[in-house]
Design a protein around this ligand. Structure first.
Ligand code: ADP
Length: 200
């Protein structure tokens, strides 16, 4: 029996965590749960949730914890997440860390590893500015980027201390080619005894 992989990927905006998250989830045969993607899809479709969060996202602020945590609990309760998942963009502050712990504890589960993707601030600003041209995301304006990065530093970075204390954080250098970075992450996860689907 291979252990299911319950993973979290954390990194500043522009660190490439979305791209790497998809690649790693694929390798481990688990679904990606990205709160940003869920919110964006709802905004695009004009659902009640989308209408509720549109202005918050466009300002680069955080959607309230109670709402975000409820969405994640619903998603993690679906069958395909029963034996593993990769969280991208959640938890994003200490309140959400508590909500997730309560939910997973209730199922007798916990996170196996937290991938911390490290990139210097100047590099992430560079990448985001480029992405703004390529993808036209409405929250990729200079002012909103600055707000999102500030929230990352004050609210999100501290969650890593909690997980470091649990000994589950793997710090990964986020500078290099996409393949190099994917390989670094896989090596770190395999060193924890987490097996890829392909190798299972
Ligand atoms: P980025 O990491 O580049 O900011 P995301 O796709 O992760 O992009 O998130 C986009 C936006 O969605 C955030 O700025 C925020 O408004 C909202 N959001 C995503 N995840 C969360 C979360 N866990 N808690 C609160 N708001 C969130």
């Amino acid at each position: 029996m291979t252990r299911p992989a319950r993973l979290l990927i954390v990194g500043p905006q522009g660190s490439g965590k979305g791209t790497q998250g998809v690649r790693i989830a694929e390798e481990f045969g688990i679904p990606v749960v990205s709160t940003g993607d869920v919110f964006r899809a709802n905004v695009k479709d004009g659902t009640p949730l989308g209408l509720q969060v549109k202005a918050i996202i466009e300002a680069g602020d955080l959607v309230p914890d109670a709402l975000t945590s409820e969405i994640v609990r619903d998603r993690l309760s679906q069958d395909d997440a029963a034996s593993g998942f990769l969280l991208d963009g959640y938890p994003r502050n200490l309140g959400q860390v508590g909500d997730l712990a309560t939910f997973l504890d209730g199922r007798g589960e916990g996170l196996d590893a937290v991938i911390e993707l490290q990139v210097p601030r100047a590099e992430s600003i560079d990448r985001l500015t480029r992405r703004a041209f390529e993808q036209g995301r409405t929250d990729d304006t200079e002012e909103v980027i600055a707000n999102r990065l500030a929230i990352y530093e004050t609210e999100t970075a501290p969650i890593l201390d909690v997980y470091r204390e649990q000994g589950i954080v793997d710090a990964i250098d986020g500078i290099g080619s996409l393949d190099e970075i994917t390989d670094r992450i896989i090596a770190a996860l395999e060193a924890r005894g987490l097996a890829r689907r392909a190798a299972a």
